[in-house]
Design a protein around this ligand. Structure first.
Ligand SMILES: Cc1ncc(C[n+]2csc(CCOP(=O)(O)OP(=O)(O)O)c2C)c(N)n1
Ligand SMILES: CC(=O)[C@@H](O)[C@H](O)COP(=O)(O)O
Ligand SMILES: [Mg+2]
Length: 583
């Protein structure tokens, strides 16, 4: 560590540094990022690749008067380190600590709250136009990755910006990687002269390509962009993972998100190997289904790694489609596949499915096409925080007619659920969480396809209360009722349509606690209340789930306890209800 970074309290210190000290600053930033991610984990690869770019941006532009909007925000650890957050960076991604992405509430230097990709150009154009309208000064810069460029929203923004003639600066950080290698026609286009023609055709001045690790070339290009009176794109070529050999050598993701790890004597010592995840278990049953039925295909919007589809892609290269950061397209492409007679399984994170809501309604549910959505990361996700929580899938999907919405308690449920979904002529959702598989308890029998409705996990002889659950939280309920012999547990299993007969039976004891890892507003609990109201049954009901607030970053296990989603919380909720407590 050269000590240069230690002297930077704010971006004005970056601007004041002698040019000769800039390489040392970049080296210090890399060292901080590598040791930080080793200790707490995080988005290492993108942040390492953007070090020179961020130093050059702060050299040329005057944040916060000039607004820097980073797409996603996962590449911006150097920006955090240069804008007064270095002392707190050890708290990154932890409860109450530095945010996983960028957030204007954390720093005035963060002009855009993000976490989802492809928003920067549209937001930056809005900021620029808003400032123009209100007579406020300052340049506006959108920093966008080549992966973010594959998202349709970016194209909507570029189209609008090019036609606006406003002096928006777009910095394209092109490392030819999304999380996995970037896909489609764009990566190749960006490496040809067509890149200039493409951006110029959209009404932008094109500057580049420039070596994104050459500080003086970057500063020169950014100064040229700053002086422009019309939309301009600076095309920088970078290496994801730059400066950390294990990340550079990782052809799969270039160290996109790593850690915690140790770096000893030039060797990477990774922390213990994780247990099998729900994503991996789902990918395994999907692989079997694809082996049995040549109509089954998998679709992922740029989450091949996270959805554990890499091996499947190697085995069935033509039947696993990574379509880029393009959730809307992924859903409508799946609809088209289904219309043609294929059996698409669209693997998509709960939080990213939000972007394709209309496609689910209009393109899949309305025509009643048999698309299976494997909704991953449903529920609390932990360190990625508010932008990535899988809170809204049940509440937003359950109103759709003819959509079956399943959730497994254990990994063994996945096989019959997928078989049921694939055999159905209608669309289906199988929602499962981020995390490892729980052991199969003796009370639970996975059942055989086709699955029908709810299942009792425990039936008390003379029940005083029923816990109605969805997903793995059913196991927590089983743990809770060990000390309560007259409490029953009903796994709703299918949040839509509801198993009305089982839920009415559950209400007969007079007290029902509905437990779900999703928002209680409009979720399974709301559905149960609607049913009881419609049938004129009036048990006392309590809803336990994710609150009417955005849940920030933190340890998901701790957050479950805080939200009453652990055994102690369920016991408390049930006992209060029995005592006559309010909903
Ligand atoms: C809408 C949306 N889909 C998927 C993701 C997951 N995701 C986060 S970063 C990333 C790759 C972004 O690639 P790029 O923009 O090129 O940035 P790089 O990591 O290469 O610097 C993806 C797919 C996301 N954050 N938002
Ligand atoms: C920035 C982003 O959106 C992804 O990198 C995300 O952090 C991946 O999350 P998982 O670790 O749950 O796959
Ligand atoms: Mg990239």
């Amino acid at each position: 560590m050269s000590g240069v970074l230690a002297r930077i309290a704010s971006p004005s210190d970056v601007r004041a540094l002698p040019e000769a000290e800039l390489p040392a600053l970049c080296a210090d930033l890399r060292e901080d990022i590598i040791s930080l991610c080793g200790r707490v984990g995080g988005h290492l690869g993108a942040s390492l690749g953007a070090v020179e770019l961020i130093v050059a941006l702060h050299r040329v532009f005057h944040s916060p008067t000039d607004a820097l909007l980073f797409d996603v925000g996962h590449q911006a650890y150097a920006h955090k380190l240069l804008t007064g957050r270095r002392e707190r960076m050890h708290t990154l991604r932890q409860a109450g600590g530095v945010a996983p992405f960028l957030d204007p509430r954390e720093s005035p230097h963060d002009a855009l709250l993000a976490g989802h990709a492809s928003t920067a150009v549209s937001a930056a154009l809005g900021v620029l136009e808003g400032r123009r309208m209100l007579g406020r000064r300052g340049h506006v810069v959108a920093v966008l990755g080549d992966g973010g460029l594959t998202g349709g929203l970016t194209f909507e923004g570029l189209n609008n910006a090019g036609g606006s003639h406003l002096p928006l600066v777009v910095v394209l950080n092109d490392n030819q990687m999304s999380i996995s290698a970037n896909v489609g026609a764009i990566p190749a286009l960006l490496r040809t002269r067509g890149a200039r023609a493409f951006f110029e055709g959209l009404g932008f001045t094109y500057v580049g390509p420039v070596d994104g690790h050459d500080l003086s070339a970057l500063v020169h290009a950014l100064r040229e962009a700053k002086a422009s009176s019309r939309p301009v794109v600076v095309h920088a070529l970078t290496l994801k993972g730059k400066g950390f050999p294990p990340a550079e050598a990782d052809a799969q993701t270039r160290g996109h998100a790593m850690g915690p790890y140790e770096w000893r004597d030039g060797k990477l010592v990774r922390s213990r190997k994780g247990q099998r995840t729900f994503s991996e278990a789902f990918a395994a049953v999907l692989e079997d289904a694809m082996a049995r039925d040549s109509r089954v295909v998998a679709v992922t919007p740029a989450m091949l790694e996270g959805s554990a589809l890499n091996e499947l892609k190697a085995r069935f290269p033509d039947r696993v489609h990574d379509v880029g950061i393009a959730e809307q397209h992924a859903v409508t492409f799946s609809a088209g596949l289904a219309a043609a007679g294929a059996r698409p399984v669209c693997a998509i994170y709960s939080t990213f499915l939000q972007r394709a809501y209309d496609q689910v309604i209009h393109d899949v549910c309305l025509p009643g096409l048999p698309v299976v959505f494997a909704v991953d990361r449903a529920g609390l996700v932990g360190a990625d925080g508010a932008t990535h929580q899988g809170a809204y899938d049940v509440a937003s999907l359950r109103p759709m007619p003819n959509l079956h919405l399943w959730s497994p308690v254990v990994g063994e449920d996945l096989e019959p659920m997928l078989a049921t979904a694939l055999a159905s002529p209608q669309p289906s959702v199988i929602r499962f969480p981020r995390g490892t598989l729980p052991p199969l308890p003796p009370e639970l029998h996975p059942g055989e396809a086709p699955l029908m409705g709810a299942r009792w996990l425990r039936r008390a002889e003379r029940p005083r209360l029923t816990l109605v659950t969805l997903g793995p939280v059913g196991l927590v309920a089983l743990e809770a009722v060990r000390s309560e012999p007259d409490w029953s547990v009903l796994d709703a299993r299918c949040a839509s349509p509801l198993d009305e007969a089982a839920l009415l039976e559950a209400s007969a004891c007079g007290c029902v606690v509905v437990v779900e890892e999703g928002t209680t507003r409009g979720g399974l609990g709301s559905a149960v209340l609607e049913l009881y109201a419609a049938r004129g049954v009036t048990p006392r009901v309590r809803l336990v789930g994710m609150p009417d607030a955005f849940v920030p970053h933190g340890d998901a296990r701790v957050q479950r306890a805080e939200l009453g989603l652990d055994a102690a919380g369920l016991l408390k909720a049930g006992r209060e209800l029995l005592k006559g407590g309010a909903r």
